[in-house]
Design a protein around this ligand. Sequence first.
Ligand SMILES: NC(=O)c1ccc[n+]([C@@H]2O[C@H](COP(=O)([O-])OP(=O)(O)OC[C@H]3O[C@@H](n4cnc5c(N)ncnc54)[C@H](OP(=O)(O)O)[C@@H]3O)[C@@H](O)[C@H]2O)c1
Length: 330
Amino acid sequence: MHYVDHGSGGAPACMQIAQGPLPVPAADEVLIRVAAAGINRPDILQRSGKYPPPADASPVMGLEVAGEIVAVGAAVTGWHVGDSVCALTPGGGYAEYCKTPATHCLPIPHGLSVVEAAALPETFFTVWANVFERARLQAGESLLIHGGSSGIGSTAIQLARAFGAGKVIVTCGDQAKIDYALALGAHVGINYKTQDFVAETRAATDGRGADVVLDMVGAPYFQHNLAACATEGRIAQIAFQHGAKAELNMQELMLRRLTWTGSTLRARPKAAKAAIAVALLQQVWPRFQTHPDALRPHIHAKFALNSIVEAHQMMEAGTHLGKVVLVMTG
Ligand SMILES: NC(=O)c1ccc[n+]([C@@H]2O[C@H](COP(=O)([O-])OP(=O)(O)OC[C@H]3O[C@@H](n4cnc5c(N)ncnc54)[C@H](OP(=O)(O)O)[C@@H]3O)[C@@H](O)[C@H]2O)c1
């Protein structure tokens, strides 16, 4: 099969198409003929050597795919050869074939193409686990999402709206990204380069602050996120693009009974990811049918496998709105 080899890593040009044997699924795994694979920012980090894959994962990039099951391990129940699925993968998605635990597969949601389905797993697993499970967003509550036009941000907007969030507030770096986030269902867009997101979040919530904050920026936003939170607010930390170390004013945390939590999906045990898949299947997948206009991944650009360099360059430039997807040709 063909796959993307990034060698010892580096700039996008380090990637080339290589040929190798088909992965062999273990007893609890399925082998998927990949129709499309989503590209996510963690792939950029992996390629540049800042996010090494877990020891037992494929060294090939790619955390999500959609396609057809072509082989099942001996212990797999519930999935069969010929089934169409989208799946979270431990790695290996930038390839014509990819193996993953059967429990990390989901059916292609009602009304979605296989390419759209490939853009779901990484952001849906992440947003569900952090915004809904860890930070416990409830209907009627307000959510502040940093990076509203990102793959993660656009999923967070859509899920928050589909689950009845009272007010969805986003930060973005320019007006076109704000307009995109508003079109997806955000109520308020804040330009983080020209506006004070703490003041704007408070203004948008009658002075209360946000019940939940989803942050991918890190250290420079830490104290500001505390200030932007409502009493009893929860902050979910999913990345630290601008720094991992910050000072904490514990008084603010205690006086307003705030919760700061976070997680990283790839490092979680198989069973934890399987539990998220079950929650998505039961609670989110039916909403693709009941909320077809609210829940639909936005594919900004599709690239063939042999255009992977251009795909990564686009994501690094940060000009995309929503998701970038690789479509297999061979
Ligand atoms: N913890 C986990 O399990 C997990 C899983 C998946 C992804 N992630 C992380 O989540 C983040 C998003 O991933 P993605 O694939 O959706 O990436 P992406 O589409 O490339 O998005 C990156 C986003 O970061 C925003 N950003 C950068 N600096 C900012 C600032 N100062 N203020 C507000 N927003 C800022 C960008 O906003 P502008 O373009 O408007 O500047 C952009 O929307 C990445 O950091 C990724 O590593 C974490």
